[in-house]
Design a protein around this ligand. Structure first.
Ligand code: NAG
Ligand code: NAG
Ligand code: NAG
Length: 457
């Protein structure tokens, strides 16, 4: 009796020590858009490349050595990012997620792109000499090949290399924890590739991997280049509506075992929530780009993200985002990366869970007393740019975060548009708003929402 009791106490002590949270870190870096032809003597009308003699007429402003908001990244910018990462938490970093669009496709051959990727791989291998980097392919990267597989051989185990070579996807088990990384080739979710045999294979593989993880009580990180949800901007590449719906169904089915989804592609800092019967069940965090280019009418300071997590459970605890003030760096001739914010303190979150992010999304809606939260979100969304965002724009952000199905997104945006039209308002939300107008908008939006279910079943 006594002995049994002792054994019981001992086991509980041991299991307590075993499950005690161990803190680890991992980097999420994305969208380098490395352009080997960038030059500070370049022309912004030619992507900061040297103008050829024929066309070099007229004026052009000088571009900085660390980059320009109109262009893809020079080597010096990416080297400065690597240097900054070396100085942070080197001893506790467990791995690195590298989510694609490594280089640019513009007027370069397959071989040149391969060489650019090889140089970036060498840079990261030097930066993280004792860590594994888990790369995924973006839409600007070449298709999976023998050469690419050889390039990343030192980071991926044999089994992962086999699926990577045929389809650009793989899974990795973190040896000392119950955490599994599932790296997707999201290029296979859109365009012509969506109907290729490789796409069908990836879907079958994904279900099998998630099922097996569930059986083994493993927690899973899903990692990919492009996030689910409708295109954030017109012309922006997104999953096909069918693949988008299929992806969301898959996430709902395995939500309990998915500890997080990590994507890049948009170049902006934002997040997504997956709902099941109106309940938030999973989140995706979208890391902003190293590249300062964020579309023809947009700009963003280069950024890097360091996640803090419980290595036993995979639970994401927080992240610190680092940014480079590009204008200041170019002026000073030296790149000072600084802490931009920590997720939990920035938004006053108790934790990073689907429920907490759902509550945050609610705060980003039209609530007059929460304008401050929206402004914080917007500042982080495209760091270093003061683009205005009016009421309709603010609501679009809310819809993009909470409505990942194409139909629900459209309904969500239309509901806001009619509410705004009814209120006859287009004043920027960031400016002080007439409180009466704002209250009216809120009331109308709430009424409309009663009719239009934004959140999916
Ligand atoms: C693949 O690698 C071989 C050997 O290094 C090289 O000759 C070939 O051009 C490469 N192909 C591509 C598409 O990069
Ligand atoms: C890659 O690095 C080598 C050696 O530094 C350099 O000669 C070459 O121009 C680089 N190529 C690209 C595409 O970055
Ligand atoms: C942000 O998080 C990092 C890493 O956990 C920590 O060292 C730092 O003190 C935090 N900063 C703030 C302002 O909370």
């Amino acid at each position: 009796m006594r002995a049994a009791h002792l054994v019981l106490t001992l086991t509980s002590v041991i299991s307590f020590t075993c499950t005690h949270a161990k803190i680890g870190y991992f980097w999420h870096i994305t969208d380098f858009h490395y352009d080997p032809l960038y030059t500070s003597k370049g022309d912004t009308r030619r992507h900061c490349r040297r103008a050829d003699e024929r066309g070099s007429s007229g004026h052009h402003r000088t571009v900085g050595r660390f980059g320009d908001f109109a262009c893809d990244s020079p080597l010096e910018l990416i080297e400065s990012a690597a240097k900054h990462m070396r100085t942070r938490h080197a001893e506790n970093v467990e791995f690195v997620l590298w989510t694609g669009d490594i280089t640019v496709a513009r007027s370069t051959t397959e071989l040149e792109r391969y060489q650019a990727i090889r140089n970036m791989t060498e840079l990261l291998s030097r930066t993280f000499s004792s860590h594994f980097v888990f790369p995924v392919l973006g839409h600007l990267d070449p298709a999976p090949s023998e050469n690419l597989t050889n390039l990343w051989m030192h980071w991926l185990p044999l089994e992962a290399l086999q699926t990577f070579k045929i389809g650009g996807y793989y899974t990795i088990e973190q040896s000392h924890s119950k955490l599994r990384i599932v790296a997707l080739n999201t290029n296979l979710f859109s365009g012509r590739d969506a109907s290729s045999p490789a796409a069908g294979k990836q879907w079958a593989w994904l279900s099998a991997v998630l099922e097996k993880a569930q059986d083994n009580n493993e927690m899973v990180y899903i990692v990919g280049h492009a996030p689910p949800g409708p295109a954030a901007r017109p012309g922006h590449r997104a999953y096909s509506p069918e693949d988008n719906a299929r992806y969301l169904r898959t996430v709902r089915r395995f939500a309990r075992g998915i500890a997080g989804q990590f994507f890049g592609h948009l170049h902006e800092d934002t997040f997504r929530i997956v709902y099941d019967n109106d309940q938030p069940v999973s989140w995706a965090l979208l890391a902003p780009s190293v590249s300062p280019y964020a579309g023809p009418a947009s700009a963003t300071n280069p950024r890097l993200r360091l996640y803090k997590f419980d290595t036993n459970t995979g639970k994401v605890l927080d992240y610190t985002q680092y940014s480079l003030d590009l204008t200041a760096a170019n002026r000073a001739g030296t790149a000072e990366w600084v802490t931009e914010y920590n997720m939990t303190t920035h938004y006053a979150l108790p934790d990073i869970s689907p429920a907490s992010l759902h509550a945050l999304a609610d705060r980003l809606r039209y609530a007059p007393h929460e304008t401050m939260t929206f402004n914080k979100y917007l500042r982080a969304y495209h760091s270093g740019s003061s683009e205005a965002c009016d009421g309709a724009c603010a609501h679009q952000h809310y819809c993009a975060i909470t409505c990942l199905e194409h139909l629900s997104y459209r309904q969500c945006v239309e509901a806001a548009a009619s509410a705004l039209a009814a209120a006859g308002d287009s004043a920027p939300l960031v400016a002080p708003l007439n409180n009466i107008v704002l209250t009216l908008i809120v009331l109308l939006a709430i009424c409309l929402e009663k009719y239009l279910h934004c959140v999916m079943h």
